[in-house]
Ligand binder design. Structure first.
Ligand code: PLP
Length: 465
């Protein structure tokens, strides 16, 4: 490990002794010391005390401008006043009934006004939303197989936990990637039913339809793949997926768990001008509470009404989460909010680009809607396989150096991206850029030092000439 990265990690450890102790304690009862594997990293994760607006504090009292925003679930920012108001009112009038209430149809109306869908069912997590979407697609077509993209993440149910982060030796033929289980416990039957194509390779999808005629129920895709930083679709990619699925009598599922509330008012459907058959929403629609939805045409959703597909759940439409969701749709996800986050994101992306040029950093920056990412590659990537070549040492250097200076630039791990919320201000962006202007030359210098030939190599090449 280069000294400069080690120096940043040492500084992190010095600044966060309470997080370190809390992690040691938590590790006695929680595997990895965390409640979700995504929160685990070396040497240990920050333990958070509180947050408000665009800021959080850790338990050592360090304050950060937060661009993690709970893995992009907080377009509202921390404790948005409208959400807090709505939730507080519900806390006084009953938090759980397991019976219908007014907010359900009201929120379904909000969703149908923004997305090209006619009926909605609610749940609590993105995992639930994509799980039910896949089951609905199977029921609607009478077929069992689905296609997902290599490197795509759709949550934790078995059908989705395939080829999420497969290792290079396992991935197989790029023309027809191998279905790789995302850990033990995934059955062979599941693997056989979850086929894998590369993102940005519509021909790969066509090959699978040709190989399994009449057997594929749906293609599920995250419209912008955000499990590898940010991977934009090639122009026309989603239109091609739409044509292919339609031609083969299969459904197209847009997993808009991340893009739905953050990319545009009508999510990726609006952004890319595509009408999928089923959409999945979660994360930012809840304003900081557990809320998810899957939605489709009346014909598809009638499978539930006709008792052909079963859907239920004790916590579905929990009044507190629904109050938060309604406040989020009505008072947070406004046209002005999209304008605000897009303007700030453009400013951040342009600032990064200028600093990358100035410092000679071997990386590029990319932004979409309220998300962005610093991508440590020599050239823009198009697939998960390209992503495997990330310069992870430079990324770690960047993340720890930024965090040590009070800006959490994005969630830890180089497969994530930053999120800008309605609570971020221009001053937050300027501070982020000021810190990046300090950090980029440090990382660039470390990159150059790593790629410079050692004195031994110099002598060897001098002897050879
Ligand atoms: C695109 C996508 N789909 C599904 C999920 C799963 O959502 P949840 O963590 O709420 O189950 C995530 C979570 O990160 C996601 O990013």
């Amino acid at each position: 490990m280069p000294d400069t990265l080690q120096h940043e990690i040492d500084t992190y450890i010095q600044r966060t002794p309470r997080s370190r102790a809390a992690h040691t304690t938590a590790s006695t009862r929680l595997p990895l010391g965390v409640a979700s594997n995504y929160r685990s990293y070396e040497p240990y994760p920050l333990h958070v005390r509180d947050g408000k607006g665009s800021r959080i504090r850790d338990i050592d009292g360090n304050e950060y401008i937060d661009f993690n925003m709970c893995f992009g679930a907080l377009m509202a920012g921390h404790c948005h006043p409208a959400v807090v108001r709505a939730v507080r009112a519900k806390l006084e009038t009953g938090t759980m009934f397991g019976m219908p209430h007014d907010a359900e149809n009201a929120l379904a109306e909000e969703i149908c006004a923004r997305f090209p869908v006619e009926m909605v069912r609610f749940g609590n997590s993105g995992t639930e939303a994509t799980m039910h979407a896949v089951r609905l697609a199977r029921a609607a077509t009478g077929r069992e197989r689905i296609i997902k993209m290599e490197g795509g993440y759709h949550g934790l149910h078995d059908s989705a936990l395939v080829s999420v982060k497969p290792k290079a030796p396992e991935i197989g033929d790029p023309a027809m990637p191998t279905s790789v289980p995302g850990g033990l416990g995934i059955t062979r039957a599941t693997l056989a039913n979850t086929l894998v194509a590369q993102f940005n390779d519509p021909e790969g999808v066509e090959r699978l339809f040709a190989r399994y005629p009449g057997e594929i129920a749906a293609v599920i895709v995250e419209p912008i793949m955000m499990n590898v930083g940010i991977l934009m679709p090639d122009p026309g990619y989603h239109q091609r997926l739409r044509e292919i699925t339609r031609a083969h009598g299969a459904l197209l599922i847009f997993d808009e768990v991340k893009t739905g509330a953050k990319l545009a008012r009508g999510g990726a459907c609006e952004y890319f001008g595509v009408k999928p058959d089923i959409i999945c929403l979660a994360k930012s629609i809840g304003g900081g509470f557990s809320l998810a939805a899957f939605a489709a045409t009346r014909a598809i959703m009638n499978l539930i009404a006709d008792h052909k597909v079963f859907h239920g759940g004790t916590y579905n439409t929990n009044p507190v989460a629904m109050a938060a969701g309604l406040a989020t749709f009505r008072e947070v996800l406004t046209p002005a909010a999209y304008e605000h986050v897009t303007r700030l994101n453009t400013r951040l992306v342009e600032g990064y680009r200028a600093e990358i040029d100035r410092s000679g950093l071997r990386a590029y920056v990319i932004g979409a809607g309220s998300n962005g990412a610093l991508m440590f590659f020599d050239r823009p990537i198009r697939t998960y396989r390209d992503w495997l070549a990330a310069d992870t040492e430079s990324w770690r250097h960047y993340w720890f150096a930024m965090t040590n200076r009070g800006v959490i630039p994005q969630p830890y791990w180089w497969d994530e991206q930053w999120s800008i919320s309605v609570a971020h201000s221009e001053a937050d962006i300027d501070r982020h850029l000021a810190v990046f202007a300090e950090v980029a030359p440090l990382v660039a210098r470390a990159q150059r030092a790593r790629s410079a030939p050692s004195s031994g190599e110099r002598e060897l090449s001098a002897a050879a000439t």
